[in-house]
Design a protein around this ligand. Structure first.
Ligand code: 0X9
Ligand code: ZN
Length: 302
């Protein structure tokens, strides 16, 4: 499979999922959560049989269009947990829901037109600028710190909370199963960081922050054990910058205990968002180690 050697188009990503769904009919179910602004399906992959009382780990990727490695990392996770019998066993106790492309319009725009595009592609009658930052559009402290209310900004938070069809599809889908969802990870790049809430402001931590730090460090250790790559575990508001209306905070506010944003590689080398294709494989494998560590924690604790 070439998810380890090149970046796929949106259509190729869907084809990849369809192939897996027909190969593993008992373990894979594809679901359309809703359509993007331009009408592309937001596809969720349910991994595991349809046992209704298992804890769920929710993983999504690519709300920021230019963070291409996140899509491959999500697809690699799906492929490997299905194909490696040692990991496939995890699905007996835990269901994993993966949305490998939460911003297909933005991604196609980034691939074909403007490599550094970040936002969705929604249009506004009153502005020549397009797009909302999906990670400022979630309905928790929406519109507060670290956002912009002008359409041309890279961190434009949208006309209202969940104004983006992509964000509405995701919040609705998560709320349908939120009592069972015990962990949430949003894959981004770049920075090699595992970020935990709260991130909408500085100096604000959930009461169980020590649990998040402990599990975040387990994930970072799993990555380090592979090739020595270092990820920093930190609070997003203090360690990075406050940003309200992000998905990690919203998930935490819904009662999902282990909520993280992962900023994948590189850390701060010259490549930034433009991670060369010959580095995809290693990041895929590292991300897999972190995510399966989290799945294992959920299977043991819930
Ligand atoms: O700014 C973001 O949305 C994320 N960083 S990125 O470079 N991928 O754009 C970080 C979000 C961290 N979470 C919160 N601040 N809540
Ligand atoms: Zn991002």
């Amino acid at each position: 499979t070439d998810i380890n050697t090149r970046y796929l188009s949106y259509d190729e990503q869907i084809q990849f999922l369809n192939n897996l769904a027909s190969q593993f009919p008992n373990l894979v179910k594809l679901q359309n959560l809703g359509n993007s602004y331009e009408g592309r399906p937001i596809t969720a992959v349910r991994l595991g049989d349809d046992g209704t009382n298992k804890p769920i780990v929710w993983i999504d990727a690519g709300i920021h269009a230019r963070e291409w490695i996140s899509y491959n990392a999500a697809l690699y996770f799906i492929w490997t947990i299905l194909n490696d019998p040692n990991y496939r066993q995890l699905l007996q106790n835990v269901q994993v829901n993966v949305v490998p492309n939460t911003n297909p319009d933005g991604y196609e725009y980034s691939r074909t037109t403007e490599r550094m595009w970040r936002k969705t592609r929604s249009r506004f009658t009153s502005s020549k600028c397009a797009g909302t930052d999906g990670n400022r559009n979630y309905p928790f402290f929406w519109g507060n710190e670290g956002v912009s209310h002008s359409t041309c900004s890279e961190i434009y938070c949208g006309t209202r909370a969940a104004s983006e069809p992509e964000v509405l599809a995701l919040t609705n889908a998560i709320m349908r199963e939120e009592r069972r969802i015990k962990a949430y990870v949003s894959l981004h790049s770049y920075g090699q960081e595992i970020l935990y809430p709260w991130g909408h402001t500085k100096n604000s931590h959930p009461s169980d922050v020590q649990d998040l730090i402990r599990v975040g460090k387990m994930m970072a250790t799993a990555i380090q054990n592979l090739h020595g790559t270092q990820y920093n575990v930190m609070n997003s508001g203090d360690g990075l910058y406050p940003a309200a209306g992000a998905s990690d905070d919203w998930a935490k506010s819904r009662g999902i205990k282990y909520s993280f944003t992962m900023e994948l590689s590189p850390s701060d080398d010259y490549t930034g968002f433009i991670l060369p294709e010959d580095r995809i494989f290693q990041v895929n494998r590292e991300t897999f180690q972190a995510l399966t560590t989290l799945v294992r924690v959920v299977s043991q604790e819930f």
